[in-house]
Ligand binder design. Structure first.
Ligand code: ADP
Ligand code: MG
Length: 318
């Protein structure tokens, strides 16, 4: 029968490495050699079955998503990912499930040259906690508290696909493959985040919902925001799905979470450099609003203010 150490061995065989990993999986702690003068950016995110992904999600997709949501946090800081650890709680020692999970996890890790340097393996309800570490030059991190009155607000990619997929799943309707892919295999905008370091004044990844996440930025920065809902970028698949339901489109785009796009602010004087950062990283960027002095986030539809039922996802809210 497979035990904890066999599982760890299966993971260890696939962990990848880097020159700056002095000691990886196998000892009481890993040893890393960060380049002198760089700061470490460190983030953790947990995925719980039934809370962060539908329980029937494929193991490969869970593995991908567990790392993707963490890399997205590093992207939102403008940091370059380097190492990660993986705390895995699973109901039973299932080799096939674990191999598929590691396939998805390590496929994304390899794309970003991230080494898996340790973790923990326990029995319990399916839950995955990943810790990522990245590198950034001192003073260049994209913090939430740097937005200035007069800055433009930008988003990467398109918004609303993941929320639409989740809503179809919750109402037992078939999910078009493109939307399912966006929910299960989000693309962390790592190259864009790095390209924006030193250009953007503030940045956050859209995990809870655009209006809620902009709310975090303006609260940290002591400013407010106006967002133009009419210009939010949507994928062709989402536009087709919501062709007869403008309100659903609005809700998915403005308040739906799980897109893992970047939302950032930049001075209008930096517009050209923002556009170049988008081109250099192969990521679309769209200006969707501006930073104002009055606190709060106003979502505008033409000249009217749109009042959402909720601005985004929050754990422990009723
Ligand atoms: P300890 O009892 O010292 O915490 P463990 O038996 O939990 O040691 O882990 C042994 C080694 O395997 C450690 O180096 C640990 O970091 C690594 N490890 C355990 N589980 C995982 C995992 N899920 N992913 C990556 N490394 C893991
Ligand atoms: Mg342990």
């Amino acid at each position: 029968m497979t035990g904890e150490f066999d599982l760890i061995q299966r993971i260890r065989a696939r962990a990848g490495t880097r020159d700056d990993v002095v000691l990886g999986i196998g000892d009481d702690a890993a040893l890393l050699a960060p380049p002198p003068g760089m700061q470490l950016a460190v983030a953790t995110d947990t995925l719980n079955s039934g809370v962060h992904f539908p329980p029937e999600t494929a193991a490969r997709d869970i593995g991908w998503k567990a790392l993707a949501v963490n890399l997205s946090d590093l992207a939102a800081m403008g940091a370059t990912p380097a190492w990660c650890s993986l705390s895995l709680s699973m109901p039973q020692a299932d080799d096939a499930w674990l191999d598929d999970f590691i396939d998805g996890f390590m496929a994304l890790a390899a794309m970003h040259d991230v080494a898996l340097i340790g973790g923990d393996t326990t029995r319990g309800p399916l839950s995955i906690c990943v810790n990522v570490m990245g590198l950034i030059e001192p003073g260049r991190a994209l913090r939430r508290d740097g937005a200035q009155v007069g800055d433009d607000i930008w988003v990467s990619g398109t918004l609303g696909d993941a929320a639409a997929a989740l809503s179809l799943w919750q109402s037992d309707k078939p999910m078009p493959a493109e939307l399912r892919e966006r929910l299960n295999r989000p693309t962390p905008r790592v190259a864009l985040g790095c390209a924006l370091a030193g250009i953007a004044t503030a940045c956050i990844d859209v995990s809870d919902g655009l209006l809620a996440d902009i709310g975090h930025v303006v609260a940290a920065s002591g400013v407010g925001a106006e967002v133009d809902l009419d210009v939010l970028p949507a994928s062709p698949r989402l536009r087709a799905l919501a062709a007869d339901d403008a309100e659903a489109l609005r809700r998915w785009q403005a308040t739906g979470g799980d897109d893992y796009e970047l939302c950032f602010t930049a001075s209008p004087a930096q517009t050209q450099r923002v556009i170049e950062a988008g081109i250099a990283s192969g990521t679309a960027v769209t200006r969707v609003g501006c930073i104002k002095a009055a606190p709060g986030v106003r979502a505008l539809q033409g000249d009217d203010e749109w009042q959402p039922v909720s601005t985004g996802h929050e754990h422990f809210s009723i």
